[in-house]
Design a protein around this ligand. Structure first.
Ligand code: SGN
Ligand code: CA
Length: 541
């Protein structure tokens, strides 16, 4: 109901505003301005492409996000340069790889003297804003307005940092960020200028906290098991075997599975990582007010009762399946809210008449494991975390229903948006504008491989440092710290990446070629062994 009222107001308001605008002098200038496209950059946190029905509909339907593919383009090989949150955002904002922008992991500081692309938009006369999760430890530059979550942010009753100080808003984070975004688009921005808006969701990041309705609804669903849920990591390297992101072994009962501490205590504790009284209750649940708790408690209680009954009889295989189901129920419940809220924004763009001249981008800060290889989380160069969803709608420029499998990266976003706005990008940005691909001029695109480098080790989830090169056909990675191991995957014959063929005699020619290309990429992007060592030395091990 509330949403309908809001939208009616928005429509009416925009209509009245439109009437005034028509009679205003200076309409010429306005017309000229409106030729520059608006940009609405939508990014969520940890949204796996496996959970977008335009990519793969075996888990969930996302009709609103899918609209962008139906009316625009879907990239099936879009990827990140470093699969973790804050570094991905730094790459997007600077157009430079982690080793040059310095934000190599979630812990390292961001050098705020660097130019970020919103600053360039602002200087060029765009109205700019950023709402939602930034995760940087400092406020964004180059935005006329911002409301950002501190650090990871909270799912319920979230606090926001704004230019005027902090504010806490009661409600569910995905709905709130959307309300704020629509309100900025509708009321707060300077409508004389084109806009560049960054609308950044916290969801579906851990602890996968859905709305009460979706928590109840999704807790009854059952999902198909991924083929590699019980992966034993044979034929892979040490890094896959030692990573701490296995659903059975590393997912917390209380925090991730929503088992209340008193249930765990009553059962004498459940290991591993029962995390009694830990993050879950200090985190999302403890932020709820009494009325909100009352909405969650019936579902929590029924999950807890079932857990108490079945847990003692479960073997490891059954525990893995149980945890996987709980994980998917909560994760996908969060996704459905993201999708519905994106639907609200797309409806607003339609009703306000903005859709026609607005480029809408949907992506995630990286991909995510939904039980593939038995994992959750990200970080690895393997496909589920290396790839990221990317869907773009740009009416009259992108042919509706296009799909593209070129190797495009989050590194390319800044230059792409700048070119779309007719602004020259700084020459030290390292990506490439993907505008030719958007316009179907595929012969103008010559890139065959991309570079990847992950650093945050040793740390949570214990994924070893590695860099690598990826083409449409092969993936070569070097795990260089702690171990000295190489892995090669045949992306065509082994899309699930179950077999490291680095030592397979049949692939020695490929190894040689890929190694040479990787060395070239390291030179091209100015990465080096000296920098690898420097980032190891400066890390507080
Ligand atoms: C938290 C999560 C991790 C996650 C990191 C980084 N643990 O620490 O699972 O990998 O964030 O995520 S939690 O128990 O606190 O939820 S990122 O998206 O910010 O890079
Ligand atoms: Ca993330």
């Amino acid at each position: 109901m509330r949403n309908n009222y809001q939208i009616n107001f928005l429509v009416l308001g925009t209509f009245i505003l439109g009437l005034f605008a028509c009679n205003k002098p200076g309409k010429m200038a306005e017309n000229k301005e409106t030729k520059r496209p608006n940009i609405l950059f939508i990014m969520s946190d940890d949204h796996a492409y496996q959970a977008i029905s335009a990519y793969d509909d075996h888990l969930i339907q996302t009709p609103n996000i899918d609209r962008l593919a139906d009316e625009g383009i879907l990239f099936s090989n879009a990827c990140v340069t470093n699969s973790i949150c804050a570094p991905s955002r730094a790459v997007i904002l600077t157009g430079k790889h982690s080793h040059l922008n310095g934000k190599i992991d979630n812990r390292s500081p961001f050098d705020t003297t660097q130019t970020t692309f919103p600053q360039i938009f602002q200087k060029a006369g765009y109205e700019t804003a950023m709402y939602g999760k930034l995760h940087f430890g400092n406020n964004p530059k180059g935005v006329d307005d911002f409301m950002i979550l501190p650090g990871q942010g909270s799912y319920v009753n979230p606090k926001f940092i704004t230019p005027k100080g902090d504010t806490t808003i009661t409600g569910y984070v995905t709905d709130i960020i959307t309300d704020l975004t629509i309100n900025w688009l509708d009321e707060k921005r300077d409508k004389e200028k084109p806009f560049m808006m960054m609308y950044l969701h916290k969801a579906p990041h851990r602890p996968w906290w859905p709305t009460p309705d979706k928590f109840e609804e999704f807790s009854k669903k059952e999902y198909p098991l991924p083929a590699s849920l019980f992966d034993d990591y044979a034929n892979r390297g040490t890094a896959a075997k030692t990573a701490a992101m296995n659903i059975l072994h590393h997912m917390w009962y209380s925090h991730d599975s929503k088992i209340k501490p008193e249930t765990i205590e009553a059962m004498g504790g459940v290991t591993p990582k029962a995390n009694i009284g830990g993050n879950f209750f200090n985190g999302a649940y403890n932020r709820l007010n009494e009325a909100q708790k009352a909405l969650y408690d019936p579902t929590l209680d029924s999950i807890n009762a079932a857990f108490k009954e079945h847990w003692p009889k479960m073997n490891d295989k059954e525990k893995m399946i149980w945890k996987y189901q709980r994980y998917m129920q909560d994760y996908l419940g969060c996704i459905e809210s993201v999708d519905e809220n994106i639907g609200r924004v797309l409806d607003y763009l339609d009703e306000s008449g903005l859709a026609e001249n607005t480029i809408v981008v949907y992506t995630s800060d990286q991909g995510f494991y939904l039980g593939e290889h038995g994992w959750f989380d990200k970080r690895f160069i393997y496909d589920e975390s290396f790839k990221t969803p990317l869907l773009i709608r740009w009416p009259n420029e992108i042919k509706p229903g296009t799909t593209n499998d070129e190797m495009v990266q989050n590194l390319d976003f800044a230059q792409t948006f700048l070119e779309a706005a007719g602004i020259t990008a700084p020459s030290d940005m390292q990506g490439e504008s993907i505008i030719p691909l958007l316009k179907g001029e595929t012969d103008k695109w010559t890139r065959e491989s991309v570079y990847y480098h992950y650093y945050e080790y040793p740390n949570e989830h214990m994924v070893k440092r590695h860099y690598g090169i990826v083409t449409k056909e092969f993936k070569l990675a070097h795990f260089y710290f702690d171990v000295d191991e190489w892995e090669l995957y045949d992306r065509i014959k082994d899309p699930q990446e179950m077999n490291n063929v680095y030592n397979d005699p049949a692939y020695q020619e490929v190894v040689k070629e890929m190694k040479a290309k990787l060395a070239d990429l390291r030179v091209k992007y100015k990465d080096s062994e000296e920098l690898d060592q420097q980032y190891i030395d400066q890390y507080d091990l």
